[in-house]
Write a protein that binds this ligand. Sequence first.
Ligand code: GLY
Length: 397
Amino acid sequence: MPTRTSAAHVPDTRASDVLVVGGGIIGLVTAWRAAQRGLGTAVVDPEPGGGAARVAAGMLAAVTELHYGEQTLLGLNLASARRYPEFAAELTEATGQDLGYRRCGTLAVALDADDRAHLRELHTLQQGSGLESEWLSGRECRRLEPMLAPGVRGGLRVDGDHQIDPRRLAKALVTACERAGVVFHRTWAERLRVAGDRATGVVIAGGTELAAGQVVLAGGSLSGQLAGVPDAVLPPVRPVKGQVLRLTVPKRYAPFLNRTVRAVVRGSHVYLVPRENGELVVGATSEELGWDTTVTAGGVYELLRDAHELVPGITELPLTETRAGLRPGSPDNAPLLGPTELDGLLLATGHYRNGVLLTPVTGDAMAHALTTGELPEEARPFTPRRFHATALTEQPA
Ligand code: GLY
């Protein structure tokens, strides 16, 4: 195992048991759960509660976002979806904050024969996976959601796919961490400290060393960028840009939609997520453009065009926000959780399209790993070692 030791810096005497690099929802839930288990925990992030959750729509869509070849991930997604009611109740109890958790279900609809065939395939896959979804005619879809376009050809009703407001979730997790005694270092982590054959902490902006028994790298799409992480354990995550719009439903139009409505239009996913407070989130593009977070006219146009085909009345609504975020994509679209080949370094990253959904199960799995050294059964397929094993054996002769 190659190691690097950084130059001398100013040590900080406040060593923690666990240091989490990254204060997005995944880093925060890890810190909260670790602190609840009695571990002295700190988070390094210039803006805790930021990251991809500032942009995400917050669909908890284990069933409607099922894809071929992702059955293992489905198991983890479902495990997390099952935990959501209790998780949300516990977080609200701990903070007094409403998370916008809404058990409203999802309707995935088809606009033409190709979309219909695609949805039929999804329905077959869902049934084959033992999931609950119901095929509806176009008329039945419009009865549920009267704002749908008259041309809707059919749809899948999934009453188990809910939503949460990720911004509220992130804010509540910051509060829960603070109340559980988590220390926040509101700055950038610049380098992992490695001494001998283990990670021993990080160096933050200004050169201060923060020592820790265990370091969790939970930096979302930036997780592969921390200096000092040995190449063999560097997480293979990449940024996948998503542009998202926020509109407001005036009270006189409410309820505009009763549940999340989504479709694949000309091969692109579009979804409309209605919040109880009148916000309507429309997402999302999926673009492999590196670190670019520009909101483009083309991105906004395509989202509005596709959303308008589904729900024509959307063009009446005020457009209140446009934003782009970066999903942490991994080579198999699944997260990297738990210990790495470098002692003292764990990962909680690579959640790609499922970060909000996977928040509860990630917190539990990481707390288990931090206290026992092992992942719980349901999270074992997501060990980072599935990638590192290859990296270590592919050294040139
Ligand atoms: N899970 C929705 C998205 O990533 O766009």
